[in-house]
Ligand binder design. Structure first.
Ligand code: IMP
Length: 216
């Protein structure tokens, strides 16, 4: 099965394929599907933005499309940058400039607890949609550590492992990350959906769920 990823983030594409490939699911880029969309993320929740992106790319490509809307929520900043993580500090900043600004904005503030959130949405051409949310708790380090990953990985510290996300291997990160958790839940839903064994399709999407086309 082939899903188009509603994103231009190469790192997300790699993480998705790492987690979904052994299910026989191939995630391809928008470019491979002949789509070049800039979807405006006008929602105020991860769920809304994830749905906006997946739906737009599904409609443009005519293929099932999967989107991840994710971000970092920091407790002492009242949940910021949250859904605005990719745009924190304005357009045109590098990942490093963004996480350095985050460290600056948190200077002297407590607690340093935070969580990464990922909401995966998959939209099918028949109007059905699957949605799954994953969260990963951690703290914000005082200085960046590690070279791996992307985005805020160098400053997202996992106390149990005593490492930042950027110090983990891809396998280690995928095993505990928000995206890894959301994709595992999504994978279970997709298996039930494809086998037709979903007993209660549900009228709404809660933490995870299926929306039937006729309900939208
Ligand atoms: P999106 O593409 O609108 O979902 O933006 C997500 C943003 O959140 C990314 O650009 C990163 O800044 C941040 N983010 C999401 N997931 C991760 C992750 O796994 N590691 C580091 N940063 C992440």
């Amino acid at each position: 099965m082939k899903l188009v990823l509603a994103s231009k983030n190469e790192k997300k594409l790699v993480e998705m394929n790492d987690i979904l490939s052994h299910l026989g699911i191939e995630v391809c880029s928008e470019a491979e599907a002949g789509v070049d969309l800039e979807v405006e993320e006008t929602g105020t929740t991860f769920e809304e933005n994830s749905m906006l992106k997946a739906k737009a790319v599904m409609e443009a490509s005519g293929l099932p499309a999967i989107a991840d809307d994710s971000g970092l929520c920091v407790d002492c900043l009242n949940g910021a940058p949250g859904v605005y993580s990719a745009r924190y500090g304005g357009e045109g900043l590098s990942d490093e400039q963004r996480y350095r600004m985050l460290l600056e904005n948190m200077r002297g503030q407590m607690p340093r607890t935070a969580k990464f959130v990922s909401v995966i949405t998959c939209c099918f051409p028949n109007g059905d949609a699957l949605s799954a949310r994953g969260e990963c708790p951690g703290t914000i380090a005082y200085a960046p550590m590690g070279e791996g990953g992307f985005g805020y990985d160098p400053v997202f510290f996992v106390p149990e492992l005593k490492k930042t996300f950027a110090q983990l291997t891809a396998e280690e990160k995928n095993a505990i990350s928000h995206r890894g958790i959301a994709l595992k839940l999504f994978r279970e839903q997709l298996e039930r959906y494809l086998s037709g064994s979903e007993s209660d399709p549900g009228k709404s999407v809660g933490v995870t769920g299926i929306i039937r086309g006729e309900d939208q």
